[in-house]
Ligand binder design. Structure first.
Ligand code: ACO
Length: 471
């Protein structure tokens, strides 16, 4: 399906937005949402709705949705819960397509009937509801930031769908620090109507999204989500953090949303079978998302023969990386004789060329350059892990440049992750790499774990396609 034909296309690409409860007070949520919409550079029509104001942030305000003279695609609602049903009736009469309900005070605090009434109004008029109890949503291709988070985010191709509104807002700032560019961040809140399955279905066809990341506490219709997941994961990676791994975590999830989180193990095995890549922490998920979004994703004919080559200037870093890869199911095989011969010609006789290829502590940046080029040219290597520990012979920035030069000269044709261990210069070097969309991490374990997601995705995608092909 083309994105323009998808029923959620207008939610992500609205021609007009109303903010109901657009307060005059700059410290209130409705005001901040309106300001974010304007500051992010959204190009459609914007209508503040507030019965107690004439103008807000330079725009004419309307007392009610029904007073707006033109069509409204999306209405963001930031008025107290008691007033939301009245706003929903107005939205129906105005012909609004989507109601995004920021307001808390629904099923998460036991008021299910209020939420059910909201959904029945939406069904009666034929509009869809995101929320209630959400932090809003953003979609960078449309320059749309309808959240009460910070105004600026880094654009990119990772979409994040989250049951925790706080995570949504936190990630917005983190995009700038961590250089994780996003296409969309969507807070799903109580999921009274639209849920993860609906959003994943859209993000699956969205050409601006390459990787989808979900933070999940519970699913209302698990089977439906798995069906959509299976379809989407066959063409783009879907990383899932399932909350409630421990008994205490599951109890905390239940009190967060008023629902049971379900058995972690049952969830995770079903999600994996349908192609999801499971991350245990936010850090792991974002590390994986970078590696998946910025690298070419391999499509090996025999994923069980997927070969990762580790290149390092420190033996210990190499061992930690190899242990991490193997623990995560990625076999690290000895390099074949021909490849070892190429490295032997570059390196001193005491350097190991088996895999990890140990450039030794005396490696200058040029050896990293050559080592990466050799790996990129090799038919045997499917993915490459480069580990650098700071030495006086090759500075971190110099080494990062050597890696970038090799990728430029040989082509970024294989997945690569890099770890840079050492002092503050390593941070600069990592930034240089990430600015050039080469995923870089501060430890060999994190770089190895991120690369293992790429290897796992190659395997899961192969499996999903075989399954679909085999009927
Ligand atoms: N239509 C339009 N505007 C109205 C209406 C109406 N029917 N009724 C009142 N308003 C105006 C008010 O006059 C006010 O504007 P003003 O300040 O210029 O007078 C504005 O709407 C807001 O109304 P308030 O009654 O002042 O409501 P307030 O802003 O204090 O709270 C809110 C509303 C934010 C929706 C609150 O009820 C709420 O639910 N807060 C929690 C939100 C939240 O956390 N959501 C989950 C996010 S996830 C996470 O954890 C980050």
């Amino acid at each position: 399906m083309k994105p323009e034909e998808h029923p959620l296309h207008r939610l992500f690409n609205p021609e007009s937005i109303a903010v109901v409860g657009a307060s005059r007070n700059p410290r209130k949520i409705g005001h901040i949402i309106l300001r974010n919409i304007l500051e992010a550079g959204y190009r459609g029509r914007v209508y503040p709705v507030n019965p107690n104001a004439d103008r807000i942030l330079g725009l004419r305000a309307y007392p009610r949705l029904t007073d707006i003279p033109e069509p409204v695609d999306v209405a963001i609602v930031a008025v107290p819960a008691e007033k939301v049903l009245g706003v929903a009736e107005d939205a129906g009469r105005r012909g609004v397509g989507f109601l995004v309900v920021i307001s808390s005070g629904f099923s998460e605090v036991g008021r299910r009937e209020l939420e059910e009434k909201l959904v029945s109004i939406a069904r009666r008029y034929g509009f869809r509801v995101l929320g209630p109890n959400v932090a809003g949503y953003l979609y960078t291709p449309a320059r749309l930031n309808a959240t009460f988070g910070p105004p600026r985010v880094l654009e990119g191709n990772i979409a994040f769908v989250t049951q925790s509104g706080a995570f949504a807002i936190a990630l917005m700032g983190a995009t700038l620090i961590e250089a994780i560019g996003v296409s969309a961040i969507i807070s799903v809140g109580n999921k009274a109507d639209l849920d993860e399955a609906d959003l994943l279905d859209y993000l699956g066809v969205d050409e601006h999204t390459r990787v989808v990341l979900h933070y999940l506490e519970w699913l209302r219709d698990g089977r439906r989500f798995l069906r959509v997941l299976e379809r989407v994961a066959a063409s783009k990676p879907v990383v899932v953090i399932k909350a409630g791994r421990s008994g205490a975590g599951a109890r905390a999830a239940a009190s967060h949303t008023g629902r049971l989180a379900g058995s972690y193990r049952v969830y995770v095995s079903a999600l994996r079978q349908s192609g999801a890549l499971i991350a245990k922490s936010m850090e792991e998920a974002f590390d994986a998302a970078k590696a998946l979004a910025w690298n070419p994703l391999p499509e090996p004919e025999k994923p069980e023969e997927f070969n990762v080559l580790v290149v390092t200037n420190g033996g210990g870093a190499g061992i930690q990386a190899v242990d991490t890869l193997e623990e995560r199911g990625v076999r690290v095989r000895e390099a074949p004789e021909s490849l070892r011969g190429e490295y032997a010609r570059l390196l001193p006789p005491f350097a190991s060329t088996r895999n990890p290829v140990d450039l030794t502590g005396m490696a200058p940046a040029e050896w990293f350059y050559e080592a990466v080029r050799i790996a990129l040219r090799s038919d045997w290597v499917d993915a490459l892990l480069v580990l650098y520990t700071q030495t006086g012979l090759s500075g971190p920035v110099e080494t990062a440049k050597a890696i970038l030069d090799a990728l430029r000269d040989e082509g970024h044709s294989k997945p690569i992750t890099v770890a840079l261990l050492g002092g503050p210069e390593c941070l600069h070097a990592a930034r240089l790499l990430t600015r050039n969309r080469v995923p870089a991490y501060p430890t060999p374990e994190r770089a190895a774990a991120a690369l293992s997601f790429v290897a796992e995705y190659a395997w899961r995608r192969w499996y999903l396609r075989e399954k679909a092909g085999g009927g």
